[in-house]
Design a protein. Structure first.
Length: 320
């Protein structure tokens, strides 16, 4: 059965075109249909581009008015009757990205939502570093990174505490079970996928990350200048709704079951470079230390008056 890849489009024609072209280049057309949903952004060239697409694998829908990111994504999921992959328009996919995600989902029926690996530091699947910008060196391309990830990975699926929405495989079963994204609360975006996945987890299902699929994520252009405000407001809402999420996230980073895989990726990126491996180990220890302190201070923050000031003070000490 086919799946539907859903890409909401709003602005930045070059990124949209590059994303669509990467999907067409690196995805087996027998596996998917591509749904583009035009949310009537400020750039007429975007509407002109999607309206002139002539491809049997691509379906184009245009909102009657600008509805915002979350409502637009929900429209796409409602138009589909299949499993879906939500894909941001500021991404680039690589060879076998979709095939390997589908294979992982077939092998793991307990997984309802799945991420590929990525460069983006705030994702659970960030490689080779957690919580650090993963710039691709000049000697490599995005396509090269896809090849490296396939070599380093084994198709292993890690259970993770949260999914990032830049490229998110969702089973139809999950949508039938918990519904769609909370557009009333999360409006233009940020946090809606975390809220959705927490509802999935409450139903007893699991979230996963597959180690042999790679999608590059530029990050930030989906939100523009509103990103910081959206992030802060919606993060507070998510943390109020799901009080155990921060603890789960930090424990995953501290334990880091992906360490060996991340190291293999690094070795393939910088063959024979001992200094790169040394920097990897230093960053690994730094992130673990910071996460352990944050885990403790989060607990302090919850039970001791003035805990927020204590947490801020400890963070300043760490940065010295």
């Amino acid at each position: 059965m086919k799946i539907d890849i859903i890409i909401p489009v709003y602005s930045n024609l070059k990124e949209i075109r590059d994303c669509v072209e990467s999907v067409l280049k690196y995805s087996d057309r027998a596996l998917y249909d591509l749904i583009l949903i035009n949310d009537r952004g400020p750039e007429p060239e975007v509407t002109e581009y999607v309206n002139h697409i002539k491809d049997p694998n691509i379906k184009v829908y245009t909102n009657g008015m600008n509805l915002g990111f979350v409502k637009t994504v929900n429209i796409g999921m409602k138009l589909s009757e299949h499993d879906v992959v939500l894909l941001n328009s500021d991404t680039l996919v690589t060879e076998n990205w979709l095939d390997n995600m589908i294979t992982a989902m077939k092998k793991h029926p307990e997984i309802m939502c799945l991420n590929p690996t990525t460069n983006y530091k705030f994702c659970m699947g960030a490689i080779p570093y957690f919580r650090k910008e993963n710039e691709i060196p000049d000697t490599l391309s995005v396509d090269d990174m896809g090849v490296i990830v396939e070599k380093a990975g084994r198709g292993k699926v890690y259970e993770i505490p949260e999914i990032s929405g830049f490229c998110m495989y969702i089973r139809r079963e999950a949508l039938k079970s918990v519904g769609y994204f909370d557009a009333d609360t999360f409006g233009k975006g940020y946090g809606e996928e975390t809220d959705f996945c927490e509802r999935v987890k409450l139903k007893g299902y699991k979230l996963g990350l597959v180690d042999n699929s790679y999608v590059y994520h530029k990050g930030g252009s989906s939100f523009g200048s509103e990103k910081l405000k959206l992030k802060n407001t919606h993060t507070q809402i998510v943390h109020q709704r799901y009080k155990g999420l921060v603890k789960e996230r930090l424990e995953f980073i501290i334990d880091n079951p992906m360490t060996d895989f991340q190291k293999k990726v690094l070795e393939l990126m910088y063959p024979g470079d001992k200094e790169a491996l040394k920097k990897f180990e230093m960053n690994l220890n730094k992130v673990r230390k910071e996460s352990k302190i944050q885990l403790v201070t989060e607990m302090i923050f919850k039970v001791i008056p003035g805990g927020a000031k204590i947490r801020s003070g400890l963070k300043r000490i760490l940065k010295r």
